[in-house]
Design a protein around this ligand. Structure first.
Ligand SMILES: CC(C)(COP(=O)(O)OP(=O)(O)OC[C@H]1O[C@@H](n2cnc3c(N)ncnc32)[C@H](O)[C@@H]1OP(=O)(O)O)[C@@H](O)C(=O)NCCC(=O)NCCS
Length: 428
């Protein structure tokens, strides 16, 4: 089967999550991904939170499918020479080393271009080149803090909160892949490669765009009327004092308030007392107000000016949500979802990770995939989130450390004697 990235050779210098998520996705799309790992230890995540003895962790196996692995000491003269040969044949190099590490190894962008003017060098760093913090190393949750996600997530009486979604890591990797695909397309036009970089801070901020909107609204108007803090006697600080926008100058944490353009909230369903995930997210979309009134048996609110416009109901949103919740008391989250669907109202259950892992629909559509792994045993991963009409990604297990060292060196033209010598010198 022809694959979108057939024939694209990727040298993968990535580790942990941000870079590996990018190169794994390129592997799903058919690229030839060679992961170059530190000799003897490899990607540090191989050993992180192992659930079975003597096998690579699920962290590693879930971010490194569809790749081959070679061990290489890039700091030895022979290692550098091998790397030069590999760069000459590569289309894309992807790295997320700490700031300056590639330069310190002698592989500056200028030198890489000399070796191969068509190659694309793709990097993830914590901060953008030229930013005052560009020298800092960064991990996932640090990026959630630097990019505005943490300050705007959580409840008003609690600390800044990080998301369970890898907004700093995988999200940066996905942004990087967009940049790589654009650079490959541009290479068709110019014949030259280029450097493309994603800062984790920027990738997070790109997803927190709507909160930057709110900051500008707040500075202009002094209030964010749809936030819980603007509701009379709804939000209280840690000392029990009611909150208002009188002293709020930066976008506050809005709990579960709808972030986009329509107010929403997390509503309890039947069984919430014992099931932590027995909730639905319900949105009061302005154009659906009549259907919502029918659904909750409040037809008189349809024509009541105190309710039938956003401006009319905005100061009683939380009361309206509380009322709707009473209607959900005898229905579970799936029943509520179907009930709302009958009125054309978008509403969805909070899916637990257990439910997602075992959801037959997700397995059927190829989003949750069982990876065949004869070494650590089969396990689940998340497949490609995009679906094509003309191609179906196949997921193959992550490589063992150095599993393909000899194979890749032979493809470079080295003979058995030379490979043996490089092993003896501990270069590979
Ligand atoms: C993730 C991160 C914090 C890890 O930091 P770290 O463990 O100190 O690792 P570094 O990437 O800085 O690399 C450490 C050293 O190993 C060296 N190294 C890595 N692979 C090597 C190899 N195959 N052969 C020889 N040396 C190697 C690097 O050259 C570097 O050496 P130097 O600092 O002496 O020049 C850091 O890489 C980082 O900030 N990356 C950018 C942002 C990012 O992607 N964050 C993580 C998202 S999941």
């Amino acid at each position: 089967m022809t694959k979108p990235l057939d024939g694209i050779n990727v040298l993968d210098f990535t580790h942990v999550q941000a870079g590996p998520a990018c190169t794994q996705m390129m592997g799903f799309l058919g690229a030839n991904v060679i992961k170059i790992e530190r000799r003897g230890s490899g990607d540090m995540t191989r050993g992180w939170l192992q659930d079975k003895p003597n096998v690579d962790s699920l962290y590693f196996t879930m971010f490194n499918c569809n790749k081959r692995s070679i061990e290489l000491d890039m700091k030895t003269p022979e290692g550098k020479e091998l790397l030069e040969q590999m760069i000459k044949k590569a289309d894309v190099m992807v790295e997320n080393f700490g700031p300056g590490a590639l330069d310190r190894m002698g592989f500056t962008w200028e030198y890489i271009q000399e070796l191969n003017p068509r190659v694309i060098l793709a990097s993830v760093k914590g901060y953008a080149e030229g930013h005052a913090n560009e020298h800092l190393k960064v991990y996932e949750n640090v990026a959630q803090c630097s990019g505005g996600a943490a300050a705007t997530t959580g409840f008003w009486d609690g600390p800044p909160t990080v998301s369970g979604a890898a907004l700093g890591d995988s999200n940066s990797g996905m942004h990087l892949m967009i940049g790589i695909l654009a650079a490959l397309e541009m290479r068709h036009k110019t014949g030259r490669g280029q450097k493309v970089a994603v800062a984790m801070q920027d990738a997070v901020l790109n997803l927190v765009r709507i909160k930057l909107r709110d900051q500008q609204r707040l500075e202009r108007t002094g209030i964010l009327a749809e936030y819980p803090q603007a509701q009379p006697n709804f939000a209280f600080d840690r000392d029990g004092n009611p909150l208002s926008f009188d002293n709020i100058t930066s976008v506050p944490r809005g709990g579960n308030a709808g972030g986009g353009g329509q107010p929403g909230w997390m509503l309890k369903c039947k069984g919430w007392e014992t099931d932590a995930d027995s909730y639905v997210y319900f949105t009061i979309a302005a154009n659906m107000w009549p259907q919502i009134c029918d659904m909750i048996d409040k037809p008189e609110w349809k024509d009541d000016p105190a309710y039938n416009t956003f401006e009319g109901r905005v100061d009683k949103l939380m009361d309206i949500f509380s009322f709707i919740e009473t209607k959900f008391a005898d229905k579970d989250k799936f029943e509520v979802t179907e009930w709302a669907a009958q009125y054309g109202i978008p509403c969805g259950p909070v899916m637990s990770m257990k439910e997602l892992a075992h959801d037959p629909s997700l397995q059927k559509v190829g989003t949750v995939v069982e990876v065949v792994d004869e070494i650590r045993g089969n396990h689940l991963t998340v497949g490609a989130p995009f679906k094509f009409s003309g191609f179906q990604p196949e997921i193959t297990r992550a490589p063992l450390l150095g599993e393909h060292t000899d194979e890749v060196l032979k493809e470079l033209g080295l003979d058995d004697a030379k490979i043996k010598e490089l092993h003896a010198k501990q270069v590979v």
